[in-house]
Design a protein around this ligand. Structure first.
Ligand code: CMC
Length: 430
């Protein structure tokens, strides 16, 4: 009978080793027994950028990148986006099951009643330049929250964790909206607890002189769907940052700040901003073939295309493309969509993209919708960070509860100088 093991022969010594295979993986530590001498450290697995290394066992999000499948806790993303709300999806991601009606009421209540931020946070906001990037403000102010809720450092107290979870999910939109208002030189608009999660966010962003802000139902729902699509995505760069920083047992506000900082980069959450800039630079449909040619020649990337895990159409991109049509009925069509559709058409027929399995990812169309909804480009990564907070916390919770997890500390393959003697300053040569 076939055994679930792997036999490795070390050709340096002729010795064979049998290591167990569990869930399709071997333990990298099992390689350490492979040595040429007793004082040899043993074999390391070298895997820059974690291309083939599982850092955890997780029960939260499932992705089949070849088939273009994404599920949260077993539920297909398409069904959640069609029938769910962001807050019930966040509950699902965090606690493993869809909430009952009573659980949902209590959850929504808890989130709604933690949306206000301490007035002193506004003073932080005021300290930033008028042109400060809202993502930079968000990263800093969410870290600052740890100084307001000092009990947050009690990460093994379930009650404290529960409270910080409510606060983080509730306050991220408030911090984000205040950052936006600051950049516009506008007075902050306080949360309206009568509104939905997405509706209240729109209120805090766009409320002017009206006594009560009434969000447009289509835009409110579209934003909620976008939040669902961005809630979690297993071990991506920012989630890895959340787990890695959280593994030092720092408080969750500091860990979320680290995760948000990772999300800020143009290869991760900043990609949709980069997509819009790219579409703007291309300018018109007829310039698309020339642009593709330059990408193929290595002069820049087709932003919003390609993914470390998806080697097929990102299922989130499909949902966003459809949602864009509904949004455009309210806002009018964003002319950039024509350039994007043309780029997609040409790229998907081109050998360069076919061979490398490069398809549109979540960011390819999200920026176009956000722009149509009136969000400035700098807000795009912020719009990603708000819903991803539930995923980050769920992954952090899972990490803390996992007895196999320890402080994250990779190894290295050292290729630097061997031992040498200190050279006095006067004897050093240029
Ligand atoms: N345009 C042109 N060529 C590309 C692109 C692209 N967008 N993405 C990958 N390639 C090429 C790359 O040059 C390489 O070609 P070759 O084998 O000839 O050297 C090959 O495809 C493999 O690329 P890679 O860089 O090894 O792939 P990766 O898994 O390290 O990178 C990625 C994944 C998302 C960083 C990359 O595809 C990329 O830079 N895309 C554009 C940025 C983007 O849209 N990011 C959003 C990711 S989705 C949202 C999120 O999770 O944050």
């Amino acid at each position: 009978m076939a055994k679930d093991t792997l036999t490795i022969t070390d050709n340096r010594t002729g010795k064979s080793y049998e290591v167990p295979i569990e869930h399709g993986a071997i333990r990298a530590l099992d390689l350490r027994q492979i040595k040429v001498a007793d004082d040899d450290f043993g074999i390391l697995a070298y895997d820059p950028a974690f291309m083939n290394t599982a850092s955890c066992r997780s029960r939260i999000t499932y992705i089949d990148g070849d088939k273009g499948i994404l599920r949260y806790r077993g539920y297909p993303i398409e069904e959640l986006a069609e029938q769910g709300t962001y807050l019930e999806t966040a509950y699902l991601i965090l606690y493993g099951e869809l909430p009952t009606a009573r659980e949902l009421d209590e959850w929504v209540h808890n989130i709604t009643y933690h949306t206000f931020i301490h007035e002193n946070i506004k003073k932080f906001m005021d300290g930033f330049h008028y042109d400060a990037h809202p993502m930079g403000i968000l990263v800093s102010t969410v870290a600052a929250l740890s100084t307001f809720y000092t009990e947050a450092k009690n990460i093994f107290d379930p009650e404290s964790r529960r409270k910080q979870t409510h606060r983080l999910i509730a306050k991220m939109p408030t911090l984000a909206a205040f950052a936006y208002r600051h950049s516009r030189g506008m007075p902050y608009a306080y949360p309206d607890n009568d509104l939905s999660y997405a509706g209240n966010f729109l209120n805090m962003l766009f409320k002017m002189t009206e006594a009560k802000y009434q969000p447009n139902r289509t835009l409110e729902r579209a934003l909620d769907v976008l939040f669902i699509l961005h809630a979690d995505h297993e071990q991506n760069c920012s989630t890895n940052a959340m787990r890695s920083v959280g593994s030092s047992h720092v408080d969750p506000y500091s860990a979320v700040a680290a995760a948000a900082a990772a999300l800020y980069g143009p290869l991760h959450g900043g990609a949709n901003e980069a997509v819009l800039r790219m579409l703007g630079e291309i300018g018109s449909k007829d310039k698309v073939p020339g642009f593709i040619k330059r990408v193929k020649a290595g002069e820049g990337r087709l932003m919003g295309f390609g993914h470390r895990v998806y080697k097929n159409y990102d299922p989130r991109a499909k949902i966003i493309k459809r949602a864009a049509e509904e949004v455009f009925e309210v806002t009018g069509k964003n002319p950039l969509i024509d350039i994007a559709v043309e780029l997609e058409r040409i790229a998907l027929e081109d050998d360069y993209f076919i061979q490398r399995k490069l398809y549109p990812n979540v960011d390819f169309y999200s920026g176009i919708i956000y722009e149509a909804m009136g969000f400035p480009m700098e807000m795009f990564p912020v719009l990603f960070a708000i819903p991803r907070t539930s995923g980050w916390i769920a992954q952090w919770d899972e990490m803390l509860a996992d007895p196999e997890q320890k402080i994250a500390r990779p190894r290295q393959v050292y290729l630097g100088s061997a031992l040498r003697k200190f050279v006095p300053r006067e004897k050093r040569r240029a």
